[in-house]
Each structure stands twice: as structure tokens, then as C-alpha cells.
Design a protein around this ligand. Sequence first.
Ligand SMILES: N[C@@H](CCC(=O)N[C@@H](CS)C(=O)NCC(=O)O)C(=O)O
Length: 120
Amino acid sequence: MLKLIRLLLGSIIAILDLLTRGSKLKRTIDSQNQLEEEIKNLTIYQFKLCPFCIKTRRALHKLNLPIALLDAKNDSIAREILLEQGGKIKVPCLRIENDNEVTWMYESNDIIKYLTQRFA
Ligand SMILES: N[C@@H](CCC(=O)N[C@@H](CS)C(=O)NCC(=O)O)C(=O)O
């Protein structure tokens, strides 16, 4: 029953999000291309209907950041990697790869703040 309510609420939030999304941040073709190179070492582990993930995807849309998204509910490999390397199954989680170092950032507010500071 709780699962059904979550599914229903998640679906309503996802539809409202799609209907109320504003416009994307506009960049020149060159700066968008450069940014797309920079975001290649970023990945977001998420669930489709999690409200915190929807909030994060909304920020990605606004910032025009086509970061790779992995479905940690249905993709068993992504789920296992999140658990083993990130440390827990909690979404959204941003994986940041810098040279030889990998950081797993949990908490939607922290993720949005980090992306906004870096790319807005
Ligand atoms: N405060 C966290 C809350 C994240 C959260 O509670 N995510 C839920 C999904 S909505 C989760 O990962 N639950 C673990 C699970 O379902 O296994 C945030 O803002 O990111």
C-alpha cells in the first residue's frame, strides 16, 4: 500500500515537473561543448520517481547540464556500484571523478549547490 502511494505521488510530482519546467540556461555552442566535456566525469545515481531526484533533475534541466543518469532502482549493476563504492543506497548521489580520486556526494541540496556553483 505504502509502495503504491509512493508510486502515485512520485508520478504526480514527475508530471508536474514536466509541465512546469522553465527554460534552460543558454550558452554559446563553444561553451556548451566545453561544458559537455567537463561533465563526462560526473554521473548521477537516481530513481525515476524519487522527489529528491526529480528536484535534482529539474536543476540539471535549468542549468542545461546533460549529466549521465543511472537508474539505481532497476539497473542492478548501477545499484551494486552505488552500494559498494558510494557506501549506501540513497539517491540522488553524484559521482565525481577527478584524476584518480572519486567522490560520492549524497544529499540533493548539496548536489544542486555544487552544480550551481560550478556551472551556473
Ligand atoms: N535528504 C536526502 C533524501 C534522499 C532520500 O530519502 N532518497 C530516498 C528515495 S526518495 C532513498 O534513497 N531511499 C533509499 C531506498 O529507497 O532504498 C536528499 O535530499 O537527497
